[in-house]
Ligand binder design. Structure first.
Ligand SMILES: [Zn+2]
Ligand SMILES: [Zn+2]
Length: 341
């Protein structure tokens, strides 16, 4: 039986672009001890392939993390499958907002050392001993309490385009970097209500367990993250304390929550919040670009990348090396030449 999809990605991309079958994009995660991640991975791959699920799933000893799309017609079957599964039962399925269901073109299920890289050894702290879950209403209440500190557990390029009012925004490239930074920032707030949030809850859930382990007595976590919050405030007509866009890690790169644009084009400084990857594949840096600069530089991050793409192909091959440094994914949006970052 096939345990991987080896079809050419261009063909798969074309298939999904041309398909008229309605699909739903959703995410789920759970911290739970999985004895044999590889065996669980193989079974999951076969079962979800049969349901025509696409997307990216990580399995580790500490749990599972999934971003997937499923044909609308198979959604209920997926729900019953999940509820009948030993490791997945009781899991929350977060449906994406502002979604055309074409976020993925292939199913990848990978075994990883961790579902969220934290730079710590397994069992340093109990990841299942999480902070108190709060919904949108409880979050809003806590947010208006002067004894509350709200912490954004995402990376700088995510909070740059959208975040909660008055939140602490660590200037971190990765979650692993954010943990010690936030610990330092929270030193003088130890007895306050610490409310953590992230995109879908997976990172702040781990962070909440970490800070409990570090002796913080009142740690809370926004259940289902910004994704669930934006759905709840709409459904229950609650005041919205989130401003801007929710950055997401699929091809859409962002879901708009409010019309406010809180960030700027990294090239000209004009108000903008559209993330894009530089069209020069040798660079591919993630940055914010306004429409005017997108036209002027044809989607490139700089004059250098623009000029590079005008070179004959043969010359591009020999000059590719000079873009190696900015390609480092952990320096997204931090490249020296993006002066307006
Ligand atoms: Zn611009
Ligand atoms: Zn570039």
């Amino acid at each position: 039986m096939l345990l991987h999809n080896r079809t050419d990605r261009r063909i798969l991309k074309q298939q999904i672009a041309q398909s008229s079958e309605p699909r739903l994009t959703l995410s789920f995660y759970k911290y739970i001890y999985i004895t044999d991640p590889q065996a669980f991975r193989d079974k999951l791959y076969l079962d979800l392939s049969a349901l025509q699920v696409l997307g990216r799933i990580y399995v580790a000893h500490e749990g599972i993390n999934a971003q997937i799309s499923v044909p609308q017609a198979q959604f209920e079957i997926l729900q019953s499958y999940v509820n009948a599964s030993l490791y997945l039962s009781g899991i929350r399925l977060n449906l994406a907002v502002d979604d055309n269901g074409k976020s993925f073109y292939k199913l990848k299920v990978k075994v990883r050392p961790k579902i969220v890289a934290d730079g710590l050894e397994d069992h340093v702290f109990d990841v299942t001993n999480k902070g108190v879950h709060v919904d949108a209403e409880a979050f809003n209440q806590l947010a208006s309490d002067p004894d509350t500190v709200i912490v954004d557990m995402r990376n700088h390029y995510e909070s740059e385009v959208g975040h909660f009012e008055n939140a602490i925004l660590p200037d971190a490239d990765t979650f692993r970097e954010a943990l010690p930074m936030v610990e330092e920032l929270l030193k003088s707030h130890k007895d306050k209500n610490i409310v953590m949030y992230c995109t879908g809850g997976i990172r702040c859930e781990k962070a909440s367990a970490y800070f409990k382990h570090k002796g913080f007595p009142k740690v809370y976590q926004l259940e289902g993250g910004i994704i669930q919050y934006s759905r709840e405030i709409q459904a229950k007509n609650l005041p919205n304390k989130f401003k801007g866009k929710n950055f997401v890690f699929d091809e859409r790169l962002g879901e708009r929550i409010t019309n406010e644009i809180i960030s700027h084009c990294h090239q000209c400084g004009k108000s903008a919040d559209t993330h894009t990857n530089c069209k020069n594949e040798a660079c591919h840096i993630l940055f914010i670009q306004c429409d005017t600069c997108a036209k002027k530089f044809e989607g490139c991050c700089s004059q250098d990348c623009y000029d590079f793409l005008k070179l004959p192909e043969e010359e591009q091959k020999t000059q590719k090396k000079k873009f190696k440094v900015v390609r480092n994914v952990f320096r997204k949006g931090r490249a020296e030449h993006l002066k307006l970052k």
